[in-house]
Design a protein around this ligand. Sequence first.
Ligand code: HEM
Length: 534
Amino acid sequence: VTIHDQKLHRGAGGELHQVSEDGHDILTTAQGGPVADDQNTLRVGARGPALMEDFHFREKIFHFDHERIPERVVHARGYGAHGFFETYEPLTDITRADIFQRAGEKTPVFVRFSTVAGNKGSFDLARDVRGFAVKMYTKEGNWDLVGNNIPVFFIQDAIRFPDLVHAVKQEPDRAFPQAQTAHDNFWDFISLTPESMNMIMWIMSDRTIPRSFRFMEGFGVHTFRFVNADDQSTFVKFHWKPKLGLQSVAWNEAVKINGADPDFHRRDLWQSIQSGNFPEWELCVQLFDQDFADNFDFDVLDATKIIPEEVLPVRPIGRLVLDRMPDNFFAETEQVAFMTQNVPPGIDFSNDPLLQGRNFSYLDTQLKRLGGPNFTHLPINAPKCPFHTFQQDGHMAMRNPVGRVNYQPNSFNQGPRESPVKGYRHFPAEEQGAKVRLRSESFADHYSQARQFFISQTPPEQRHIAMALTFELSKVETPVIRERMVSHLMNIDETLATTVAEKLGFQSMPEPAEAAVPTRQDLEPSPALSIVGR
Ligand code: HEM
């Protein structure tokens, strides 16, 4: 519009503001001051020294200097998208979680896929685990299901996580490799950690490097609890099943793709969503009770084990559709803060010692990474339901309590109050025992499921596992580490062990690794026992 011969723009809120001589919004400083010249610093004469007085220059450079925040300590390289979760049917009998009370209910979500070991600028098709983190903005607060594309994990207890991650990532003196598993430190730690053998079979297999995020499964990994309105608990394991099916690339393809296009996965997600080809997953659950847990061959609190789908079929309970890319990668994908402890009423934790540790780690790391306690004020992290706290102040506070009263109880009848009925009630699991640092004996069989996984693979897939192990271990320079690994493989599958040993040039086979308990490998495996749906 033109008023008094002045060109004005009408902003989104209806407000009028000035436009530049050629009709654009006027460039301003962060304080709103209009800028006349953004190309030249203020100086004494055309060739003289720059002046401190140039507030526009100093503000522009100051802000640029502070653009970087620490990358995530793990899962630094990631790519996200918005979408929705749609509930298939009410699950009122098993959980009071509002998200599962109404068929057809749509809940907004943000998903971030990631690799684990590589730095932010590394390539997409590394031989690595993929993160599959989902933030569901439910009407009772955010539910973060922070999972991976592999249903088991390397370690059983969170206290080992810093050592695992140090060993996985680049070696500290030489700062390489940046995104590969193939190096001495990684295989040293693994060879000294027999509990990782099941995960190693998965990660050396063809399932590991997805063709695209759209063809990738996701798993909550741990046993969680659903809790209904009568405070009854059902154990639950979560699975995301891609509508397009599971597809991977082989290692030789991955190496070429990484060279040609290190952004292969993010480009694929961007292009498919931008062209209206929205990827979709079903959320499936394995539900079981205490009796099942007590009688299952492995401990359901041990994150290095799965419950095979043949033993406990999965039940689809909803679908996830990703239909919108972020407007800004940094504001959304970088600043999103997933935390396993974000659960709404009706979803609770098990005593899995890995999960219990994660529940501390994520909140703690966000404080550092996102620069203070107010990262929940960022739009990507804020709940989309009404929320009221008495939290105040701190760096970058954008939501402070309004009015005089910032505490409760108070005599002024102001501010929010607890609700014993609608609020989160922790499942009152009965616990007793001595205070000890002790791993349960029920966690001690490290080889049986690794073996089950290996024999569930087709012959070409088994060959690929042998090739992957040979390639990886051929990069290991310390002989004792190679030998220790082969001695573990002897407990998984003898043919696998001898194939790898021969290819590595072993003159003789080492003794099988000592197993903490007799493994279940002598039991006749069911030929149909594939580990998850194929
Ligand atoms: C990040 C999954 C174990 C600490 C992540 C992310 C995923 C994930 C998907 C990336 C989140 C994102 O996209 O922003 C898992 C799974 C685990 C596991 C499935 C085991 C089953 C652990 C353990 C710890 C841990 C045991 C620590 C005790 C972290 C930290 C981050 C992270 C500190 C970085 C978070 C950030 O800066 O945003 N994890 N993780 N994780 N995880 Fe885990």
